[in-house]
Design a protein around this ligand. Structure first.
Ligand code: MTE
Length: 334
């Protein structure tokens, strides 16, 4: 997302890494037995010869052969969620990405091939009956996968329509057994400076993080996504696990999630920390609420370049508008 450029030395006070966060990261690395320079490479792990100059589709198909869950794809489509536009060409969706860990431009697909997808674990903690850490393959096999065709709208006004594969976030929440006091769910994403150069840009408040209310997480549209176009996700689209909430702008949908925490405190997300006057907690799509620097009235479809009118709630009002009844005084659309 466009941010105001600062000179390298011109760090805003809020962008400084808090000492506690640095210490915490050291503790995590120590607990994992990883010192500086240690490379954790396993089966389907760190890829050194990645797709420089390769065809993105051919490269992806070759990688899928290594995925331990490939037998689960393609999943059966849930017909309930229909589109008003054609699906975006896979090549367009997998080569035009926002993944700031790998660069602050759209052409990061090759750089993202360095992300080691296995071993990968998801930690579930905070206000839950029993905190736990689960292996990603065990998690993916725990919940039946389904395919859903959803619109996707980035706050930058580009859009796509894609077939995601995943399972309802509500199922994961129920399995996590949050305590009655939990009000929010927070998604933390991977943070490993050995594979992603973005972490050296210390003015960003890493790790990429965002959250939802428990009611939003329990909504039937909220999906934990493991695949796209009938295959496991490619790294650049958030493998092995991301979240999709199609009525919200894309920045509310973290990729490559490693931790899900339940809390009673409203989280302040990556973009909100960076530019709270432009990006807030709710970020629901609304054509009538412009971004401070551009209109949201229309959107540009990836691939075709077609301009379409933006839909309130990205067209999903019948499922989600009720979640916001009575929330007056909140910036619901930023
Ligand atoms: N997740 C992580 N970890 N890092 C990111 O930079 N960018 C967000 C979101 N999730 C981002 C992220 C933004 S701004 C958008 S628009 C979408 O991912 C883009 O998803 P896509 O590139 O898979 O289409």
């Amino acid at each position: 997302m466009p941010i105001r450029r600062r000179r390298g030395w011109d760090l805003p006070a809020h962008a400084l890494t808090p000492e506690a966060a640095v210490l915490d990261r050291r503790r995590v690395l120590a607990a994992l037995g990883l010192g500086a320079g240690t490379v954790a490479a396993g089966a389907f792990g760190l890829r050194t010869a990645f797709g420089q100059g390769r065809d993105p589709i051919g490269w992806w198909e070759a990688q899928v052969g290594n995925d331990p869950t490939r037998d689960l794809y393609p999943a059966t489509r849930t017909g309930t969620y229909t589109l008003d536009r054609p699906l975006t060409e896979p090549r367009e969706a997998i080569t035009y990405n926002n993944f700031y860990e790998f660069g602050s431009h759209k052409g990061i697909w090759q750089a993202a091939q360095r992300l080691p997808l296995r071993p990968w674990t998801l930690t579930i903690d905070g206000l839950v009956a029993t905190p736990r850490t689960v292996d990603i393959d065990e998690l993916i096999r725990r919940f039946p996968l389904e395919e859903r065709h959803y619109r996707f709208r980035c706050v930058e006004a580009w859009a796509m329509a894609v077939p995601w594969t995943g399972f309802p976030l509500a199922e994961l929440v129920r399995w996590a057994e949050p305590l009655g006091s939990a009000k929010y769910i927070v998604f933390d994403t991977f943070q490993d400076a050995r594979v992603a150069p973005g972490f050296r840009q210390t003015w960003y408040p890493w790790p990429y993080q965002d959250g939802l209310t428990i009611a939003e997480a329990m909504n039937e549209l909220s999906l934990m996504v493991t695949g796209i176009y009938g295959k496991p996700l490619p790294p650049q689209m958030g493998a092995p696990l991301r979240v999709i909430t199609p009525w919200k702008y894309g920045f509310k949908q973290p990729k490559s999630i490693v931790r899900i925490s339940f809390t009673d405190q409203r989280p302040v997300s990556f973009w909100e920390k960076l530019q709270g006057n432009e990006y807030g907690f709710w970020a629901n799509v609304n054509p009538e609420v412009p971004h401070p620097r551009w209109s949201q009235a229309t959107e540009r479809m990836l691939g075709t370049g077609e301009r379409r009118p933006t839909l309130i709630w990205n067209g999903y009002g019948e499922y989600v508008a009720h979640l916001y009844d009575g929330l007056t005084g909140e910036r619901l659309f930023a």
